[in-house]
Structures are given as structure tokens and as C-alpha cells.
Design a protein around this ligand. Sequence first.
Ligand code: 4NP
Length: 154
Amino acid sequence: MKKKILMVCLGNICRSPMAELILRERAEKAGLPWEVRSAGTNRYHKGGPADERAIRTCRKFGLDLSSHVARRFTPEDFDRYDVIYSMAVDVTEEIRAFARSPEQMKKVRNFMDHVRVGASVPDPWYDGEEEFEECFRIVEEVCDAIVDETKKNR
Ligand code: 4NP
């Protein structure tokens, strides 16, 4: 069965959409049958496109983020997804507060824990192009670690 993974950040316009694209691409290359989507915990950008700096950064690395539509995380996502990766510790706390059972709680993982336990992907929203590129590289590193770990345990 397809493993369903949800990437979550605050706005669903910078970090989690980039993580969605990168993990999907890495999983495809590794032959892993994963469905990867993303959402945000706040409603401010719901229905809108990804941040244009994120779109430009992804384009620079050969990935197309132009058709992304931001959506808000809902508690029903616990039923739809097998793994819920949070991009940052504040978001992890927020999502965990929605969990209604130990099984749901177990689905929530802090994304950065794969390379540095307790760390967060820095929020590039208030920064410039350079920080978006830095964010892309961090997310790439973690996605590679996730795929490598899975391949090792296969
Ligand atoms: P993201 O970045 O969580 O990586 O999509 C942000 C986007 C918008 C806001 C915060 C972070 N905001 O406060 O609207």
C-alpha cells in the first residue's frame, strides 16, 4: 500500500511545499511508492499560491512549485496520512495538540530530527532569496536522510 506523508509548516507557502516537492522527487527516484502532500497550521495563505521566492528557488533546482495551492491542516489529516512531518518545533507542538489518540500522536514527527534532534527548518518568510536557498538545502538534506534510512531498513 502507498505510504501517505504530509509535510506541515505554518503558512504552507514556503517550507512544507518545498519539502513536499523534494521528498516526492527523492522517493520517485528511489522507487518508493509514497504519496507526499503538504499543509499549514495557519489560515492566512489558504487557497493561494506558494511564496514567489520559494517558486523561484525550486525552479533554480529544477522543481516546479508553480501549481501549489496552500491548504490548512485539519484534524482529519490524522486519518488520511500515515506520517505527519512538522517542519519546526512550534508547529510540532501545535499539531500534537490536535491528536486525539496515542496512534495519532505517534504519526507526528519533527522533520529535522532525522539530522538534528529538536531542531527546526528556519522560517525564511521574513528573509531574502538567500535564506530560501538555505532552507531548500536543509530540506534536501533531511529528505535524503529519510529516503536513505528507509532504503537501509527495507
Ligand atoms: P511557511 O512560512 O510556514 O514556511 O510557509 C510562513 C509563511 C507565512 C507566515 C509564516 C511563515 N505567516 O505568518 O503568514
